[in-house]
Design a protein around this ligand. Sequence first.
Ligand SMILES: [Zn+2]
Length: 84
Amino acid sequence: MEVEVVGDIIFANEFWDCECEKNFTHRKSNTRKCPICGFEEHECADSRLDELLKYESRMLTADEIKIGTFQLAVLQPFRSRLPS
Ligand SMILES: [Zn+2]
């Protein structure tokens, strides 16, 4: 699971969110353009790791859930140490 920490948000780089109201999370290797709203991956933000694990875990492999949960646990305490 490739992640990127931006401010206090952890992004999962292999996933992106389109502009749809629901079912907006896509895996980049499967979907580069949403067939419903028409937005493309490069126009949209990557998915948040915490939301991915919480709401879209059905899209993830068992390994991705394991690694993602670990990364969230490791990276989240780091966030609270950042100067506000
Ligand atoms: Zn869409």
